[in-house]
Design a protein around this ligand. Structure first.
Ligand SMILES: Cc1cc2nc3c(=O)[nH]c(=O)nc-3n(C[C@H](O)[C@H](O)[C@H](O)COP(=O)(O)OP(=O)(O)OC[C@H]3O[C@@H](n4cnc5c(N)ncnc54)[C@H](O)[C@@H]3O)c2cc1C
Length: 411
């Protein structure tokens, strides 16, 4: 369990090469906004992940859901995609780790599109929604966004949600606004969460997911925000002004099942998806620091010989091993359909903290050079900070862990 198998090792190698050769030289242009990350993501999906095969497999899965038969003759449910190695959750973790060693921002943009939007539709959508939206988003033909947060509804995303969907004939009419949405300035498909307004008081309205296309009249997006880090991941607002969305675009197609739990489940996925990103940051910062400590000389000796540096390296090593163990365990849990929200939240707190502290330590070991862009650890530090905020802040995740363990309702 705590060792990569041969296919996993190969994926690690292939994506390491891709990240170093294709992504690293573009980071500066991606961060300045001169270049968008999406063409490179498309190329990565096509050349390294068989984008075409992903799309065909999802179409076949949708067909099987309709006909009720599976490839091996068993009744078809929402079976795993049968995309070979790509069904191994550890493979996705390794891809996220390798990309995050170079650019956590690029990884987040890709992960939100494919994981939260694409896989969100794949896991909860109707066969028609899988064909029309999950397949093109997961094969990167189209860019996806996942829109839950609102200007006044962040940590209290469900309780304070103001965006509403009002049924009107064969449509829902959606009004409201979302903020801090990854990929919003360029996405084609938005998975938007809104409260269904059938006349009940706001607090009692169920939350549902709606698949909204950029081309639908009334949807607009703001300019990309200027951010501290994750600069290579465009973030922005989404405005929904009486957007008419056909009934077929209600995620899952059923009003009797509120998506509040499903959205919370996606949050669990989002939280557990952050550990591999943290691992990439911790691993790269540790390696760079080891190398630098060996070659940098002060007072006539390599700084690696000073205990103050050794203690920092030891802390980094401890975090690196812990985060690796968490990533292995999360992949095992996914493979075995084990969901444990307290564990997801706790690991998110630990891994994000580990990433921030390790990146800060790496800057300190590099001294003035660490503060310079060229040495890369400053980018990893700026990007790492978001991991303590996105997908629920560290405090909210810690409190949720405690409340779940205490048997209290999660806040
Ligand atoms: C770069 C970036 C990308 C993002 N991408 C997306 C995306 O794609 N889709 C999406 O839906 N959202 C996205 N988000 C939003 C993100 O999930 C929210 O920022 C996060 O959930 C926190 O919400 P908030 O910013 O409104 O902070 P607030 O909820 O206002 O919190 C402010 C502070 O108060 C604390 N706090 C709040 N309530 C409590 C409490 N009950 N007890 C103790 N402390 C509390 C918080 O921990 C925090 O420290 C993104 C954010 C960023 C910065």
């Amino acid at each position: 369990m705590f060792e990569l198998n041969e296919p996993q090792r190969m994926v690690e190698q292939v994506f390491r090469q891709f990240a170093e050769k294709e992504l690293l030289p573009r980071v500066e242009r991606l961060e300045s906004g001169e270049e968008l990350p999406y063409d490179l993501m498309r190329r990565m999906t096509r050349d390294l992940m068989g984008g075409d095969r992903i799309s065909k497999a999802l179409h076949r899965q949708a067909d099987r859901m309709e006909t009720g038969s599976s490839e091996d003759g068993r009744p078809a449910g929402r079976e795993k995609g049968r995309r070979g190695e790509m069904d191994d959750p550890m493979i996705f973790s390794l891809i996220a780790k390798e990309l995050s060693r170079v650019s956590p921002g690029f990884t987040m943009s890709w992960g939100v599109s494919v994981g939260l939007c694409g896989a969100g539709i794949l896991n909860k959508g109707t066969p028609d929604q899988i064909r029309r939206y999950a397949a093109p988003v997961m094969s990167m033909e189209r860019i996806g966004a996942w829109a839950l947060t609102e200007p006044e509804a962040g940590s209290d995303a469900f309780g304070s949600m103001k965006t509403t969907a009002r049924p009107d004939g064969d449509d829902y009419v959606i009004s409201g606004s979302k903020t801090f949405i990854t990929n919003a300035p360029h996405a084609d498909v938005f998975l938007v969460y809104a409260k269904l307004d059938r006349g009940r008081p706001p607090a009692e309205r169920p939350v549902h997911g709606f698949i909204v296309e950029r081309t639908m009249p009334g949807l607009s997006t703001g300019r990309p925000f200027v951010k501290m880090g994750m600069k290579d991941s465009p973030t922005g607002e989404v405005f929904l002004d009486e957007v008419r969305v056909p009934k077929e675009n209600l995620l899952g197609g059923r009003e009797d099942r509120s998506m509040r739990d499903e959205a919370k489940e996606s949050l669990g996925t989002e939280r557990s998806g952050m550990a591999p990103m943290c691992l990439g940051i911790v691993e790269r910062c540790y390696e760079l620091s080891l190398g630098y400590a060996r070659q940098r000389r002060q007072f006539g000796r390599p700084i690696a010989e000073y205990q103050a540096i050794q203690l920092k390296l030891a802390d980094m090593y401890i975090r690196l091993q812990n985060v690796w163990n968490i990533v292995y365990r999360l992949a095992w849990m996914t493979r075995n359909d084990k969901r444990d929200m307290a564990y997801f939240c706790a690991t998110k707190v630990y891994c994000a903290r580990a990433a921030v502290q390790t990146a800060l330590d790496a800057i300190q070991i590099h001294g003035g050079y660490g503060y310079m862009q060229e040495y890369h650890v400053e980018k990893l530090m700026r990007d790492a900070k978001l991991l303590e905020i996105g997908a629920g802040t560290s405090d909210i995740n810690a409190l949720t862990t405690a409340r779940l363990e205490l048997g209290l309702a999660p806040s």
